[in-house]
Design a protein around this ligand. Structure first.
Ligand code: S3P
Ligand code: PEP
Length: 425
């Protein structure tokens, strides 16, 4: 699909869609609980549908009704052999591998897009000696056959590859018949996502303690069903917060808890640092509007998903914006460092990147052109915001990538005054 976008200004009232990360966690915890849980709101993005399909393959019974899921948990040990298609969802894949291992189920995991090239090395290193065999069936990470019964004990993981490996083990280890500990042996990046996991586990009756970056997990714990309200998604709302920086009237962003553990709520502090206007309206809504924007330095270690839209804001801001500690962006749905740099460069931005950082000198308008989404939802959405300040139309090739996390993106974009025409290309 191709999105053809004319320059415009977005303004008005925006309501954040449910958080993809929070939704994954709630669905998995509910599926591991014996009894009925109710989860709402839910948005049927490709990633969330992948997790629902995977959990139903594990004999959980998840019924989606409009924007709500009714989940009855996995009954004892589900079937012995299953195939789990994770589509392009790294969360689905990395969260479910330890869970399948905890149940002793033989499973073949498959995926699409770049997922077969995204690393699983930490599981190969840590699960092989805990009763689990992980066999690559072809020459990439997927298809992957997982076999064996996960044993409790001591695990050691690096903190600078993906926090998703830690989350996956935190879901599974409480189910085992013995205690475990999970030592993080290098500085933990994307730590807010692990904090989100622990918060959601607590809501479903599972307790994890942590001291000196070592997580202690008691075995024999029982997930308890509950009614769970999914938070608004800061990662996707950040796209419209950036758009608001181009608008005198601004945008009121609602449905975003000011007590959220989502790391990407940092977007509001960063917008203030850029010189944008941020005004609290209520506990769950904030108004963002135009300000005198100047370049800033940004440590991306804890907020990787914000980097594409931060680079776009950098093109708005006068002077230098430098985003560093961003090396992990190379192993997302695209090599996001190269993708966002190339796409903005195509529209005339003064931008460059290396293996760990992006530098952009902003303050001048961009020009129109044709850019790729690189099969990456966050690149597609970020470039739709860059199009707002381009002299001339911008065509985003592969705009359907937004469906991975935010199928309603272009509807919301146009409702706020955007001029995006999305057609099969
Ligand atoms: O746990 C999660 O929900 C996520 C963790 C992050 O990955 P990393 O931990 O690999 O940075 C993030 O990029 C991803 O979109 C969602
Ligand atoms: C990388 C992302 O998700 P995942 O790792 O779940 O594929 C994302 O949503 O930007």
């Amino acid at each position: 699909m191709i999105a053809t976008i004319q320059p415009s200004t977005l303004s008005g009232d925006y309501f954040a869609p449910p958080s993809k990360s929070d939704s994954h966690r709630a669905l998995i915890c509910a599926a591991l609980a014996n009894g009925f849980s109710f989860i709402s709101p839910l948005a049927p993005s490709e990633d969330i549908l992948a997790t629902i399909s995977a959990l139903n393959a594990l004999d959980a019974n998840i019924q989606l009704q409009e924007e709500k899921a009714i989940v009855s948990g996995i009954l004892d040990k589900p079937t012995d052999h299953i195939r789990i298609f994770c589509n392009e969802s790294g969360s689905t894949l990395r969260f479910l591998i330890p869970i399948v291992a905890a149940y002793g189920i033989e499973a073949v995991f498959t995926g699409a897009g770049k997922l077969p090239q995204r690393p699983l090395n930490l599981y190969h290193e840590q699960l092989d000696c805990k009763g689990i065999s992980l066999d690559k069936l072809e020459n990439e990470e997927l298809p992957l056959k997982v076999k064996g019964k996960l044993q409790p004990g001591s695990f050691e993981l690096a903190g600078n590859v993906s926090s998703q490996f830690i989350t996956g083990l935190l879901f599974a280890l409480p189910l085992l018949n013995g205690d475990s500990e999970l030592k993080i042996i290098s500085p933990l990046e994307s730590k807010p996502y692990v904090d989100m996991t622990i918060t959601t586990l607590h809501r479903f009756g599972i307790e994890i303690t942590e001291k000196d970056m070592c997580y202690q997990i008691k075995g024999g714990q029982t997930y308890l069903p509950c009614s769970y309200t999914v938070e608004g998604d800061y990662s996707n709302a950040a796209i419209f917060a950036a758009a608001a920086l181009l608008s005198e009237q601004g945008i009121v962003l609602s449905g975003l808890s000011n007590r959220s553990k989502q790391g990407d709520r940092e977007i509001l502090e960063l917008i203030k640092k850029f010189g944008g206007s941020v005004t609290n309206v209520s506990e769950d809504s904030v108004k963002v509007a135009k300000g005198e924007l100047h370049g800033i330095a940004i440590d991306a270690a804890q907020i990787p998903d914000l980097v594409p839209i931060l680079a776009v804001i950098g093109t708005f801001a006068k002077g230098k914006t430098h985003i560093y500690n961003a090396h992990r962006l190379k192993i997302k749905e695209s090599d996001r460092l190269t993708a966002i740099t190339q796409a903005l460069y195509t529209l005339g931005a003064d931008i460059s990147c290396d293996d760990d950082s992006i530098t952009v000198y902003g303050g001048k308008r961009l020009h129109g052109g044709v850019v790729s989404a690189y099969n990456d939802h966050r690149i597609a959405m970020s470039m739709a915001i860059a199009a707002l300040v381009s002299d001339g139309e911008v065509l985003i090739d592969g705009a359907e990538a937004v469906n991975k996390s935010y199928p309603q993106f272009f509807n919301d974009y146009n409702r706020l005054g955007g001029r995006a025409d999305v057609r099969l290309g």
